[in-house]
Design a protein around this ligand. Structure first.
Ligand code: URA
Length: 279
């Protein structure tokens, strides 16, 4: 005998096709426990600050004693040769009156050894003066080849996340703390970061976004002086551009999200908060 109840219906098939489509689009982790229209203005606020005050199952959770604030080591001063390069970078960055000038100045700047091993400068991608600016760590192989920020696998995921909130990369501006690819994609050293920092700070000031998104811990630490990306992602921070204070949001790096798909639900929440902030 055929069990009719177990037979797939057209609705089941449509639901499965829709899920397959979402999966294809990169949405492979649930945002919450119940189905919700997260793009509706009435959707619940899941930002970490709000979530921390109204946890869904607060009653079931043990109350932990308050923890002392972590001791964050102050950034070590650079060695004397690097200090000269940092000073030169500050002066050079300050002298740029426009993003085009900043790019020309960076192209001529010899104070960071990474320039010698990279194929070319990776200044940015997207549109300057957009309302949202993303800042990552450093270019990888694809970016070094193309001269554009975030065009490899991480950048493709970033594109999908932007699309999920109705944006594309021509509506945002994207750059990195360090504009030259470190050999073998290694993490930039603290000295390399400090030498390049005045340039990205000036790039942010000249592009003048309303919202800054720091991608991953290196960018978050360097620009916002905030340590612990998993704890601080999604939490708005103040950022002073040099001319005004704007809001900054640390987010998980797409490279991490590619390795840890379950964490995409957190990135999705952060993108919803960005969408909301844009109004
Ligand atoms: N990762 C980054 O941090 N920046 C890029 O441009 C590409 C990958």
């Amino acid at each position: 005998m055929i069990n009719m109840a177990a037979m797939p219906t057209d609705r089941d098939k449509a639901a499965r096709d829709l899920l397959a489509f979402y999966l294809e689009a990169g949405a492979d982790a649930p945002v919450g426990e119940t189905a919700t229209d997260w793009l509706s203005p009435d959707a619940p606020d899941l930002s970490p600050a709000r979530a921390a005050t109204v946890p869904p199952s607060a009653a079931a959770r043990p109350v932990l004693p308050p923890r002392a604030a972590p001791i964050v080591p102050a950034q070590a001063p650079p060695p004397p040769a690097a200090e000269a390069a940092v000073m030169a970078a500050r002066e050079a960055a300050r002298s740029a009156a426009s993003l085009d000038e900043l790019r020309t100045i960076l192209e001529a700047f010899d104070g960071c050894a990474l320039k010698g091993t990279a194929t070319q400068l990776v200044f940015a991608d997207g549109t300057p003066n957009s309302r949202v600016m993303f800042v990552g760590e450093a270019p990888g192989y694809e970016e070094d080849k193309s001269g554009l920020a975030f065009v490899g696998r991480s950048g493709q995921l970033l594109d999908k996340m932007l699309a999920a909130i109705g944006l594309n990369r021509s509506q945002v501006y994207i750059a990195n703390i360090v504009p030259w690819r470190p050999p073998g994609n290694r993490t930039p050293t603290p000295v390399e970061t400090q030498i390049c920092l005045p340039f990205i700070q000036r790039q942010i000031e000249l592009s003048d976004p309303d919202i800054l998104v720091t991608i991953g811990q290196p960018s978050t630490g360097a620009l916002l002086n905030v340590q612990g990306i998993t704890k601080n992602r999604g939490r708005w921070q103040p950022y002073h551009t040099g001319t005004r204070e704007i809001r900054a949001m640390p987010m998980l790096h797409p490279a991490y999200l590619l390795r840890t798909p379950i964490a995409k639900r957190l990135a999705w929440r952060d993108f919803l908060a960005i969408k909301k902030a844009l109004g």
